[in-house]
Design a protein around this ligand. Structure first.
Ligand SMILES: [Zn+2]
Length: 309
C-alpha cells in the first residue's frame, strides 16, 4: 500500500516572503515528496473545506465568523502573528478539513499523513502562535461525537507545548492529550495536558528518543486508543530557528520510525500531522518535514511487505 498523503494547493497562499512563518513550506514539502519519488500529484488526496458546524465542535461560533470575515480585533491579530487575507482564511479551513480526512484515512488504512496540520495553540475563542483553528481538538471531538472512535490519543512532539489542545480537550476524558515539549519554549504559561513531558533545552537524540520510547510503551497499553493523532513538529531540530532542542536529521527519522512503529505494531491507526518547523532555509525545512512521510512509507513496508505498491 502507498501511505495516503493529504494535500491541497490552498495550503500555501500568497504570503510575505520575509515573514517569520514559512507559509510556502507546504507547497515545498509537496514538491519535495514528488521530486524524491515518494508520491505523484495524482496520488495526493485533496480534502474538502471543514464545515463550520464541525469547527464549532471546538470553537466559539462568533470567533469562527469573525476570523472568516477578517474582523479579528487588534489584540487577536497580534496574538495570531499572521496577516489576514481571504486566501489565508480559506487555507485555514481547508487544512482542518485535511486533518479530518487524514484521520479518517488512517482509520480506514491504518496510517495516513497530512502535509499540514498540528495547529495546537489555537483556543476556543482566540488564535495564538500562528494557529487559528485547532485541528487536533476539532478532529478529536468530531470523531468521538460521530462514534468513529471511542478514544483518541494526541501525541504532540512539537517543541512547543500543545496548550490550546490541552485546554480545549480538558473536559473530554476520551481524548488523551500528551505533550513532549521543551520546558523553556513558548508558551511561557503552560496548560495542563493529561500528560506533560517537559524537556530541558539542548536535549539531543539519544535522551529524547528514550523519552519517546518510554512514553509510548507506557501510554499506548494504558489507554489502548482507537486512533493516535501524531503532531510531528520538526522544530525540535537543532537548526530550527525557534526550538531549543537539538535533534539531528537522523534523530528525527528515528523519532518518526519509533512513534509509527509503536502504533502500527499494536494495531493502532496513526494520523501524522507535520506541526511546526522554522528555518530561513525553506528547502531544508521542507526536507525535514518530509522525513515523516518517507518514514511512514518505510515503516509500513517493513511491517506489511511492499506488496501492492
Ligand atoms: Zn512548534
Amino acid at each position: 500500500m502507498r501511505v495516503p498523503l493529504i494535500y491541497h494547493d490552498d495550503y500555501s497562499p500568497p504570503f510575505p516572503g520575509e515573514h517569520r512563518f514559512p507559509m510556502e513550506k507546504f507547497r515545498l514539502l509537496r514538491d519535495h515528496l514528488v521530486d524524491s519519488g515518494l508520491t505523484d500529484d495524482a496520488a495526493l488526496r485533496r480534502p474538502d473545506l471543514c464545515p463550520p458546524d464541525i469547527l464549532a465542535l471546538a470553537h466559539q461560533p462568533a470567533y469562527i465568523e469573525r476570523f472568516l470575515a477578517g474582523e479579528l480585533d487588534r489584540e487577536q491579530q497580534r496574538r495570531l502573528g499572521l496577516p489576514w487575507s481571504a486566501a489565508l482564511a480559506r487555507r485555514t479551513v481547508r487544512a482542518v478539513g485535511g486533518s479530518l480526512l487524514t484521520a479518517r484515512l488512517a482509520l480506514r488504512h491504518g496510517i495516513a499523513c497530512h502535509l499540514a496540520g498540528g495547529t495546537h495553540h489555537a483556543g476556543y475563542d482566540h488564535p495564538a502562535g500562528f494557529c487559528i483553528f485547532n485541528d487536533l481538538a476539532v478532529v478529536s471531538r468530531c470523531l468521538l461525537e460521530s462514534g468513529e472512535v471511542q478514544r483518541v490519543l494526541i501525541f504532540d512532539c512539537d517543541v512547543h507545548q500543545g496548550d490550546g489542545t490541552a485546554r480545549l480537550l480538558a473536559e473530554v476524558p476520551e481524548a488523551i492529550t500528551v505533550s513532549l515539549h521543551c520546558a523553556t519554549n513558548y508558551p511561557a504559561r503552560k496548560a495542563d495536558s493529561d500528560w506533560d513531558i517537559p524537556l530541558p533545552a539542548g536535549m539531543g537524540d539519544a535522551d529524547y528518543l528514550r523519552v519517546v520510547d518510554d512514553a509510548l510503551n507506557y501510554l499506548l497499553p494504558l489507554y489502548q486508543p482507537d486512533l493516535v493523532l501524531y503532531d510531528a513538529g520538526v522544530d525540535v531540530h537543532r537548526d530550527d530557528a525557534l526550538g531549543y532542542l537539538a535533534l539531528s536529521d537522523a534523530g528525527l527519522a528515528a523519532r518518526e520510525r519509533s512513534v509509527l512503529r509503536h502504533c502500527l505494531q499494536r494495531g493502532i491507526p496513526v494520523a501524522g500531522l507535520i506541526g511546526g518547523g522554522y528555518d530561513p532555509d525553506r528547502q531544508a525545512l521542507a526536507r525535514r518535514h518530509g522525513i515523516l512521510h518517507h518514514s511512514a512509507q518505510r515503516v509500513w513496508d517493513e511491517l506489511h511487505g511492499d506488496a501492492g505498491r
